[in-house]
Ligand binder design. Sequence first.
Ligand code: FE
Ligand code: ZN
Ligand code: FE
Length: 212
Amino acid sequence: MQMENLRELYVDELKDLYNAEKQLIKALPKMAKNATSPELKEAFTNHLAETENQVARLEQIFEMLGQSPRGKRCVGMEGLIEEANELLEEDVQEDVLDAGLISKAQHVEHYEIAGYGTCRTYALTLGENEQAELLQETLNEEENADKLLTALAESSINIEAAVADEEEEEEESGRSDREVRRAVASERSAGGRKSGGARKRSRSSASEARAR
Ligand code: FE
Ligand code: ZN
Ligand code: FE
């Protein structure tokens, strides 16, 4: 494809984002299904609804430009989703899997943040202020999604993953290191979201669920 000016590059980047969002709409339900933490499931499900709205915003922009949103495959998003699928194929303890899913999702959000930030700036440069506003709205959603994932990781999920391998060895009663760390985690998350620290799950259920 020949690109002669910033406007053509802008349209090309928008097509890339459009295709990236479409791919994500297909991938997010699988990530929600495989997440164990109810908060993480909810985060993925909510972001799916947001993503559908982001696609609608891009369609609105293409209508303003009098162009079709189709015709591009985002290989960046394809690779990020492929990495998430690779994780799901591994035999991973479910707390560790939640931590891994957060990591994969944050890679996706950062990729989108880069794309929307770029397109927003191009739109401003080209004097397409209304389009810049629409892109900024999506950019804000992506940044919020990323922050929520960070908060979930810091509140309990990464800590649950860190203690997952200690559970087998622990037989003795009393307040173990693990319980102390859990308590710290749920105190931290009590400030924001409900704690998921009280969950009791079987070690194998995550991989069994994935096998279905
Ligand atoms: Fe998005
Ligand atoms: Zn791309
Ligand atoms: Fe996103």
